[in-house]
Design a protein around this ligand. Structure first.
Ligand code: PRX
Length: 651
């Protein structure tokens, strides 16, 4: 797409099955009819300020806003003049009535240990940790890095930051120490909160040790707080490192939430782009909280007695928005699980659903494909009758995986919400409404109220039904990112310069004759590996940093479980590559970025295919990696013999 001159993207997927919501579901749903949805959507489109102002009544404010929406994309501000606190909305406001004793977090560790935190308990812990942060010198606006396993202390630390207006930056526990160092430095973090380790498939992931390595390169970090989770050996540096439990004993549980401006930064979350270092996506308080609060209610149809489980890691945006802020703001009961889905066996998720009577289950297509591979006998062993709604996120879901999810997990009873959104959008943008939408497997269906997408050519012209093009947003929405931390120019260039007047974040899509959206994947050089965004460029620069590598080109190829696998074409400074060097390069990438970036294929080449102007012909490499005949015009190829060589090296 990016290199072709054609204006639209060819779509080959045709899906005609539809699944209407059960009448009983619609009757009880927050949004229960097409008329209701149509009216909300139209109202929000015609009068965004009026609509979102009304929705904002669902949050608790210390001071009401003066102006709902100020400015135009990309420089928009929401609820200007308002004062609010996200921690107050997620915790304190639920203490006023019977929610006080409701479970906020039901946690299960991988080894099988469990904890339940009622809203009262969560409040006490959040207040105490906020006092700990203050004691360590953290002030409103300071950045705090959280590099932690999936334990309740992670949610507590997020909300404690939000309580005092510190900006959290969570780094997924699977990233390496080098990635931690980069992010600490970019955010200029003052404090890091971590754990001795976390459990993953029975093994300890040593987090504190990775932090220690990173800190040699992080001059801004003054203090480290360490949760004792695994009991593994750690080095504690005097005056720098402190145990969580010791600090918590030294403070009270009284800590008033700070009334913050609506636009006060809530968090930074790093995500991959097609060029350069990871981007620090910055979200602000009121708009983000409103987006996650309302979409949790609309899309997951959260009710008082639901037990809701999102299997994402909090280190990704899905965990931020739909384990922490969205559900807790709604006073929901959230299940949180520390470990792997296949530990101690492949039935672990279904066992958890049965054990806690989970009613809403939100996971990713890559997980669903793994469940299919492991076999129906695992879910069949468990009682899944508590489920009433299923969700999917992170990448397009293949219609066959959708059907399996519908039949085997949902037992043909549960609506499926295929939710399209991004780190940058903060909350769900395009999704079925479970009480309204007749779903089509593989389609994320219609935009939510307040969201105005379009499918356009590069010059911004709207395309008709079934013409593939670029997915853009024509109107601002409250939970959109406000900037890339420390690089506002990059923010404007990345999202607002591609298509005039619109937000664009890199996906191709089409809508069908019924107005349903079908996302066709990324059009930039971003891989989607197991639902996680990785930049080809970052993997390439990592490879080139190896002393033996001259040049590298990284492309994705279809992968049965991961969605996309990583294929690296590598040229060496001298000599021939062998199996040992392949293994060394794989380790090198794992070490530099983390296990999620582990290359699936390394292919040595004497040269890379380039156009006469020197651009690597990526589409050609993608075809080779996928074992396809290429349709790309090779007349611009500098040296045709390279092609034959690359093909002959196929594994
Ligand atoms: O390509 C789209 C894909 O994931 C990208 C966003 O990645 P990230 O910021 O890491 O956030 C993932 C979780 C929200 C999008 O640009 N994507 C996400 N959800 C879907 C999807 N593609 C198709 N269908 C989805 N439901």
């Amino acid at each position: 797409m990016s290199s072709s001159g054609s204006q639209s993207i060819q779509s080959v997927l045709k899906e005609t099955r539809t699944f209407a919501p059960p009448a009983t579901f619609s009757a009880e749903a927050h949004i229960g009819s097409q008329q209701q949805y149509d009216a909300m959507w139209k109202r929000a489109k015609d009068d965004p300020a009026g609509f979102w102002g009304e929705m904002a009544e669902n949050l608790d404010w210390f001071r009401r806003w003066d102006t709902v929406l100020q400015g135009q994309m990309p420089e928009t501000q929401w609820f200007v003049g308002g004062k609010i606190n996200a921690s107050y909305n997620c915790v304190d406001r639920h203490l006023l009535g019977p929610h006080r004793n409701k479970a906020a977090i039901i946690w299960e560790g991988e080894p099988g240990d469990t904890r339940v935190l009622r809203y009262q308990d969560l409040h006490r812990e959040v207040c105490k940790f906020a006092n700990v942060l203050k004691k360590l010198g953290v002030q409103t606006g300071d950045r705090v890095t959280l590099y932690m396993p999936m334990i309740p202390e992670l949610t507590i630390a997020m909300l404690a930051c939000a309580r005092i207006g510190a900006v959290h930056s969570i780094i997924f526990g699977g990233f390496s120490s080098e990635a931690v160092a980069d992010r600490n430095n970019d955010a200029r973090a003052r404090v890091v909160v971590t754990a001795d380790g976390g459990w993953r498939r029975g093994k300890e992931v040593p987090l504190k040790a990775a932090v220690d390595t990173s800190l040699d390169k992080c001059p801004t970090v003054e203090k480290v707080v360490v949760v004792r989770r695994t009991g593994g050996e750690v080095d504690m540096v005097p005056d720098r490192d402190f145990w969580w439990h010791e600090l918590m004993e030294s403070v009270t549980a009284d800590c008033d939430p700070v009334p913050l401006d609506s636009e006060h930064p809530l968090f930074i979350l790093y995500t991959s782009g097609s060029t350069g270092k990871p981007k620090g996506v910055l979200h602000t308080t009121a708009g983000y909280l409103l987006g996650t609060t309302m979409t949790s209610r609309w899309v997951f149809d959260l009710k008082e007695d639901d037990t809701y489980w999102c299997t994402a890691d909090i280190g990704w945006i899905t965990g931020h928005s739909y384990i922490c802020y969205g559900p807790l703001s709604n006073g929901a009961t959230v299940v949180m699980y520390e470990g792997a889905p296949n530990w101690p066996d492949e039935g672990r998720f279904w066992e958890i659903i049965e054990k806690y009577r989970v009613s809403i289950f939100y996971t990713a297509p890559t997980a669903i494909r793994a469940f299919i591979k492991w076999g129906d006998q695992w879910p069949e062993k468990h009682d899944l009758s508590s489920l009433r709604l299923l969700g999917s996120v992170g990448e397009p879901i293949n219609p066959e995986a959708w059907m399996w999810y519908h039949k085997v997990i949902g037992q043909e009873r549960c609506p499926i919400v295929d939710t399209w959104w991004q780190t940058e959008t903060g909350s769900i943008m395009i999704s079925p409404l479970p009480g309204v939408t007749a779903t089509k497997p593989g389609s994320c269906c219609r935009p939510l109220p307040g969201i105005v997408p379009d499918i356009v050519t590069r010059d911004g012209q709207s395309l008709g039904p079934n013409e593939g093009g670029l997915l853009v947003m024509r109107q601002p929405w409250p939970s959109m990112l406000r900037t890339l931390y420390g690089d506002h120019e990059r923010f404007k260039k990345t999202y607002f310069s591609e298509v005039p007047g619109c937000y664009f974040a890199g996906d191709g899509a089409r809508h069908d004759e019924d107005g349903y959206l079908w996302v066709m994947g990324r059009v930039d050089d971003v891989l989607n590996v197991s639902g996680h965004r990785l930049s080809t460029m970052e993997v390439e620069s990592t490879l080139v940093a190896h002393s033996k590598v001259a040049e590298a080109a990284v492309v994705g190829f279809p992968h049965e479980i991961k969605g996309e696998g990583i294929c690296c074409f590598v040229t060496l400074k001298s000599g021939e590559g062998d199996e040992a060097l392949k293994a060394e390069l794989v380790q090198h990438v794992r070490h530099s970025i983390g296990a999620l970036a582990t290359p699936d294929q390394i292919r040595f080449a004497t040269a890379l295919p380039k156009t006469r102007s020197g651009k690597i012909m990526r589409r050609l490499l993608r075809d080779i990696a996928a074992g396809r005949e290429s349709t790309q015009d090779t007349t611009t190829l500098e040296d045709l013999s390279i092609l034959a060589k690359l093909r002959s090296d196929e594994e």
